[in-house]
Write a protein that binds this ligand. Structure first.
Ligand SMILES: Cc1cc2nc3c(=O)[nH]c(=O)nc-3n(C[C@H](O)[C@H](O)[C@H](O)COP(=O)(O)OP(=O)(O)OC[C@H]3O[C@@H](n4cnc5c(N)ncnc54)[C@H](O)[C@@H]3O)c2cc1C
Length: 472
């Protein structure tokens, strides 16, 4: 539960005056909050920041609800943070440390195929056969050849199409795995990370989602007490006017070059003037805002078309009397060869003192498109049916189940087929609207790390403008 931001003790407020720059941030998800926090951190003069958030809470897709029948938490949106500290610089981990939030490593090498637990190469050889093990090793070698850990780390920062190595899709790479059992193994292993089918994403993004299972490339962690604590901490720190329940509907340039944002709160519609506007929304929400004037309208439409590669998630989370699977699998999560390949999170592993067991199924891609309209009870039944016998029978222990649908909520091909230059990603119409910025994870790698990179880029740009033009 997010406290009302205006009731939370904050870092001391800076006094503002009517000549201080007015910045609107549309969207109170991680992207909006990161932008506000970063502006506050790097701009050495007061700013009048307003965050417009359509829903009744801050945090967007970072959400840690509790079950109704027991005071037990689970992650309904973003499950884990990606750890790049071993490369020397990890802005998200540094921010989480700065906010004083304790973290817990997460991991899970296990894949369950045909009801059999496969945790290492020996298991692959024993359960899928020597041919599959050789094919997997070959694929693994090729994947590492194509992308080193450093290239993996730097991939989001590349500036422009010239650096884009391959325009073909990831299914062309997976199709090259000679052994069908090995191919299916890889498909199932990465399906829920992609949230899309291999034919809908790039070679680069597919490889990243395969290689991230290796700690030399990436590690994972969660925030103790729930990932939503990140949102709570940011909300408490950020010095901004937060307008919950305010949906931005229209952005237009005024004759003076400032930007007018029209927003709706219930029946009430208001329009306010800002010196700069940051649209911190997922790509599907950007297209629901009206951008006035031919020039801006067509620039944002082109930006949206370039990035319009929707991917889908669906979470089914169940509370059990006890973690009945732990004797067999004790990882934080594991992959299952159902629903085209899904991830099963042991949500209760986040809290070692928990008595209950919580399992969360993360479905992605086409399976979500097929199932999203099914009623919750049918989805719960199907998820229970998917549990392999080797883990034990959960049905008699089930207490409560929740379903969260995230159709079209992330990008299958972050950056688009051929990524734009970084400044163009963030400023779609620099000539007449140099003060309109976009922030989003879909501009980088569809993760919280990516949306922080995006927010820091835009905050730096605004800081430079404000410094150049002290009277905004
Ligand atoms: C199921 C799932 C699992 C994920 N797992 C991970 C993970 O493990 N690790 C990871 O790093 N990332 C993960 N992600 C991605 C991560 O959640 C996103 O990168 C992050 O939430 C993006 O933040 P955002 O602020 O851009 O968008 P959002 O989180 O979507 O926030 C946008 C906000 O804008 C508001 N809004 C929308 N329209 C308007 C409007 N017109 N006016 C005002 N406000 C508006 C929304 O209400 C929302 O609060 C996952 C996403 C999903 C769906």
């Amino acid at each position: 539960m997010i406290p009302d931001p205006d009731s939370v003790p904050r870092r001391s407020r800076r006094a503002t005056s009517p000549i201080d720059p007015r910045i609107a941030i549309i969207g109170g998800g991680p992207g909006g909050l990161f932008t506000a926090y970063e502006l506050q951190r790097i701009v050495d003069r007061p700013l009048r920041v307003t965050i417009l958030e359509a829903s009744g809470r801050l945090g967007g897709k970072v959400v840690t609800p509790r079950f109704a029948s027991a005071d037990v938490r689970y992650e309904a949106g973003a499950a884990e943070f990606y750890d790049y500290e071993h490369f020397g610089h990890d802005p998200l981990k540094e921010l989480i440390a700065e906010l004083g939030l304790p973290i817990r490593p997460m991991g899970g090498p296990t894949v369950i195929v045909d009801g059999q637990v496969i945790a290492n190469l020996d298991d692959v050889r024993d359960r899928l056969g020597a041919h599959a093990a050789t094919a997997l090793l070959d694929f693994d070698r090729q994947a590492r050849d194509r992308m080193t850990p450093r290239e993996f780390y730097a991939s989001g920062d590349r500036d422009g199409p010239a650096a884009c190595a391959e325009l073909s899709r990831f299914d062309s790479v997976i199709g090259g795995i000679a052994c069908p059992r090995a191919r299916r193994f890889v498909e199932h292993m990465i399906h829920s990370d992609l949230a899309a089918e291999p034919s809908q994403t790039s070679v680069e993004y597919g490889l990243q989602n395969y290689l991230m299972n290796d700690p030399a490339y990436m590690r994972l962690y969660g925030i103790e007490g729930g990932n939503e604590r990140l949102v709570e901490s940011l909300a408490a720190q950020v010095d901004a006017r937060v307008l919950l329940g305010h949906r931005a509907e229209r952005v237009a340039r005024s004759p003076r070059g400032t930007l007018l944002v029209r927003s709706r709160a219930g029946e009430a519609v208001e329009e306010s003037e800002f010196d700069a506007v940051v649209v911190a929304l997922p790509h599907d929400c950007v297209s629901r805002i009206e951008f006035a004037g031919d020039r801006l309208r067509s620039a944002v439409a082109a930006h949206h078309a370039h990035h319009d590669h929707p991917a889908h998630y669906l979470r089914i989370t169940m509370l059990f009397e006890r973690p009945f699977w732990r004797d067999r699998v004790s990882d934080s999560f594991w992959m299952l060869d159902r629903f085209g390949g899904c991830c099963l999170y042991d949500e209760s592993a986040r809290d070692p003192s928990a008595e209950h067991g919580v399992l969360g199924w993360l479905l992605g891609g086409d399976a979500v498109r097929e199932l999203a309209s099914a009623p919750d009870n049918e989805l719960v039944e199907r998820a229970l049916d998917s549990l392999p016998a080797v883990l034990g029978d959960g049905r008699p222990l089930l207490r409560e189940a929740r379903v969260h649908r995230w159709t079209g909520a992330v990008s299958a091909l972050p950056g688009g087929v051929s990524p734009m230059r970084i400044d163009r990603r963030h400023c779609p119409e620099p000539v007449e609207h140099p003060n309109l910025f976009l922030v989003g994870d879909y501009l980088y790698d569809s993760t919280l790390n990516g949306v922080l990179d995006s927010a820091q880029y835009v905050a730096g740009w605004i800081a430079a403008k404000v410094a150049r033009s002290p009277n905004a």
